[in-house]
Design a protein around this ligand. Sequence first.
Ligand SMILES: Cc1ncc(COP(=O)(O)O)c(C=O)c1O
Length: 381
Amino acid sequence: MKNFETLLIHGGLSIDETTGAVNVPIYQTSTFKQDALGKTRGYEYSRTGNPTREALEKLIAELENGKYGFAFASGLAAITTVLSLFKSGDNIVISDNVYGGTYRLLNQVFNNFGITFSVVENGDYEKTITENKNTKAVLVESPANPLLSITDLKKVSEIAHKHGILSIVDNTFMTPYLQRPLELGADIVIHSATKYLGGHCDIVAGLVIVRDEELAEKIAFLQNSIGAILEPFDSFLLIRGIKTLAVRMDRIAENAQAVAEFLDKNDAVKKVYYPGLKTAQGHDIHSKQAKNGGGMISFELKENYDIEKFFSSLKLVMLAESLGGVESLVCHPASMTHASIPYNVRQELGITDGLIRLSVGIEKEEDIIEDLSQAIGKAAK
Ligand SMILES: Cc1ncc(COP(=O)(O)O)c(C=O)c1O
């Protein structure tokens, strides 16, 4: 295997074989002429297959060290397609933090079709899996959105396989540059490629990667049947974004480590969640399964700070949904990304009304810290 940084540029179908173009062309077509009845040139209709999307799918499969990749119109479209592997009566065990939209999809959509879910109790996957005899999969985020809680992915996959069920990992927060769940035993990896893989806050996209041929056939069938595929232009933009993943992530992680240390030392800050801090929950496990702490930090200010004032005082860091772009973004999970989780469940999970989530960008580290510092100062009551 080539080095990962090189694969980002040369993996998949990096050039157009017909013309030699160094970028994969955008095949902006919905259909393909057939030479005779039943005689195609490999493509028939773009929902089923499109060369630009296929180049991206081959690339992400290589990057996650899988065999088969699938591209979708959003991260949630990818998750919806994967959850469609299950049927009424099946149960899914999820990590104690997941993206609010994933929770809503399970709680308010798949529940209506009889697919239930349980949140892991005290990190004990074995116990939670066996409590429901119809558990068919675990769905884990590590680090999880928004508290960056860590799950031992190798151990969870081993437990899942011991019980004959699937291990599914949402690797959005890490990307394959920092963590490769298939190598740790997972069966299915999911991404909201809207985030770090796209990297520029200019597309919404989702990806799924597997190694097993039978599973790949089922997902290909569902991708075509459900139809929530990624368009050719967005596939092109995603390939372009992926080329700079390593350089962006190196800078992002370096900045995030510095910002987390700054927050950790700041008297106004009650708690910092960042897996790169030695004191963080799961730091040792995370260090074994991932390259570094990544770019996401969550924190709480002490009671005598007004978080609305904090948000409105920021000048550089933008208050916005989403994460993983070159620009630093901040959000309020309780009213934004995780608002669809009922209040009492949020409290149980530790997603307090004072929690602030920060996606660190590639700006100059001192400028990010200066902006946070002045906004914290103005937020003092
Ligand atoms: C961890 C995680 N998974 C999935 C999603 C959903 O992805 P999308 O917004 O691309 O549908 C998000 C979105 O924030 C996320 O943070």
